[in-house]
Design a protein around this ligand. Sequence first.
Ligand SMILES: NC(=O)c1ccc[n+]([C@@H]2O[C@H](COP(=O)([O-])OP(=O)(O)OC[C@H]3O[C@@H](n4cnc5c(N)ncnc54)[C@H](OP(=O)(O)O)[C@@H]3O)[C@@H](O)[C@H]2O)c1
Length: 254
Amino acid sequence: MSISDSELLSKASVLVTGATGGIGRAIVARCLAAGATVFAAGRNEAALNELHESAGKALIPLCYDVSDENAVKDTFRQLQRMVSDGVAPPLYGLVNCAGVMLESPLSVTKMDNLKAQLNINLLAPYQHMQLASRLMSRLRRGSIVNVVSQVGEQGSSGMSAYAASKAALTGATKSLAKELAPVGIRVNAVAPGFIDTSLTSHYDEAAQQAVFKRVASGRAGTPEEVADAIFYLLSPQAGYTSGQVLGVDGVFTP
Ligand SMILES: NC(=O)c1ccc[n+]([C@@H]2O[C@H](COP(=O)([O-])OP(=O)(O)OC[C@H]3O[C@@H](n4cnc5c(N)ncnc54)[C@H](OP(=O)(O)O)[C@@H]3O)[C@@H](O)[C@H]2O)c1
């Protein structure tokens, strides 16, 4: 008999990075509604406190920069202490949602911008998977969902650095699904198209209409639509699914 979402998630913690962003907030809300304890990670303390005030003790705010290796290690120590002290249930889920998109053509791409995107979009999720999988493998169960992008899956002119960082994370997702299946951990990804969040808020009306011409559904996706897909992969409903990249893009050609 399979375990229901509420049975498992009411006794589980989920760590969500980028929890103060558009998609992050939506997946935090989805996990809280399923009864999970959520470690909400962000670097904006005021925004995290606001989330904490509205959600109550089921949400534990963690304030750090995901690209700061030592801060990530400290955070996992802190998290593990809370689990050992019974403040939070064991870590079952990880959603790597923090990300940045810095658009520029190759000829003018600054190396600092390339490195920032690789650090935040690839190295940080990798380190989080490494530390989370150590904890999950003790219980031989866990589910990791990486938020990648259709830009990484299909390529997009003027976005090569962002695309490279996300495509590399897709590669890590597929490989780690194979490596971690024997210890009961699933690793999947969600690849959104054009979603209405602060990441895309610099697109003016004309730029948005140009994008929508390439979306068969003719509109932007919502953070909640992405969160539904992430939640499915996170949950035991997807118990036999790993190494997959689920598009949430209204049929998009970048
Ligand atoms: N929106 C789209 O169309 C779209 C499409 C495909 C993929 N995605 C991916 O979806 C994910 C979520 O993006 P979103 O659309 O929800 O955008 P968003 O609203 O801008 O959220 C991004 C989140 O990442 C956090 N973040 C960035 N750098 C960080 C760092 N160094 N340390 C800690 N947190 C950091 C941001 O925190 P601050 O607020 O403190 O900066 C914010 O909470 C990203 O990985 C993005 O690449 C988005």
